[in-house]
Design a protein around this ligand. Structure first.
Ligand SMILES: NC(=O)c1ccc[n+]([C@@H]2O[C@H](COP(=O)([O-])OP(=O)(O)OC[C@H]3O[C@@H](n4cnc5c(N)ncnc54)[C@H](OP(=O)(O)O)[C@@H]3O)[C@@H](O)[C@H]2O)c1
Length: 86
């Protein structure tokens, strides 16, 4: 059975980083594929060093660029966890 790909948006935040740490063992063991969303380069690098796949996703950019880049960034993603301030 193919492993699900889970995207965590807000992976640098309090809730998102907690979830990331909780799921990284499953990612490392190959039970799922974890993708951490980030919007600042230094955050992306830190998340990559922790072993997650990373993807640049800034939801605010949709107002400028439209939805197409956001939709493209979800390619291959089966589940999304989103906990960001509104
Ligand atoms: N922490 C709690 O105890 C708690 C309890 C109840 C409810 N909540 C709610 O849960 C949500 C998240 O809380 P939190 O404490 O985890 O917040 P947080 O520590 O401030 O983290 C917010 C996360 O969202 C990211 N983010 C913000 N705007 C974004 C955008 N436009 N596109 C992509 N990513 C964006 C931030 O990225 P950057 O690092 O780049 O800024 C960061 O990773 C909030 O709505 C909060 O009110 C939190």
């Amino acid at each position: 059975m193919p492993k699900p790909t889970a995207l965590i948006l807000g992976a640098s935040g309090k809730i998102g980083s907690y979830l990331l740490q909780a799921l990284l063992p499953d990612h490392r063991a190959g039970r799922l594929k974890l993708v951490a969303g980030f919007r600042r380069p230094e955050v992306g690098e830190a998340l990559r060093e922790q072993g997650a796949n990373v993807r640049l996703i800034d939801l605010d950019r949709a107002e400028i660029e439209g939805l197409a880049p956001l939709v493209a960034s979800l390619d291959g993603v089966d589940r999304v966890f989103l906990a960001i301030p509104v």
